[in-house]
Design a protein around this ligand. Structure first.
Ligand SMILES: [Zn+2]
Length: 123
């Protein structure tokens, strides 16, 4: 259960990002979470709701994109789904190297710069 620490990190990143963009409010946060990090998206959302209270990120929607563990085989060059415990190539049994699954990053945020409340002007 390291989601709380992870969520605090995410919050501080998005607040800094929002501040440097002059945001009045953060509407949405997009996070990429690799399967290997074992971070549970629902927990991140839960904690985010709590710790973002009183900040401009309060009420923001947290969108979690789960990234599967993938490896590229050094023998046959193919890319395959791997698991944390099994890195061997599912085609030839060769040894693969991890190419994704360890991600834990804020991909982007949607902000409101107007501070004029909710102007429903988009498309
Ligand atoms: Zn292979």
């Amino acid at each position: 259960m390291h989601e709380l620490a992870v969520t605090q990190e995410i919050l501080s990143i998005v607040l800094a990002e929002a501040e440097s963009n002059g945001a009045k409010r953060i509407k949405k946060v997009r996070v990429r979470v690799g399967e290997m990090t074992a971070v549970v998206g629902d927990c991140v959302r839960f904690y985010f709701d709590i710790i973002s209270r009183g900040t401009i990120a309060e009420g923001a929607e947290v969108e979690i994109e789960n990234i599967p563990i993938e490896a590229r085989c050094s023998a046959c060059g193919r890319v395959y789904r791997a698991s944390e415990l099994d890195f061997l190539c599912s085609f030839c049994g060769g040894i693969g190297s991890l190419i994704s699954g360890r991600e834990l990053l804020v991909e982007g945020i949607e902000i409101d710069q107007s501070g004029e409340g909710s102007g429903n002007k988009d498309s």
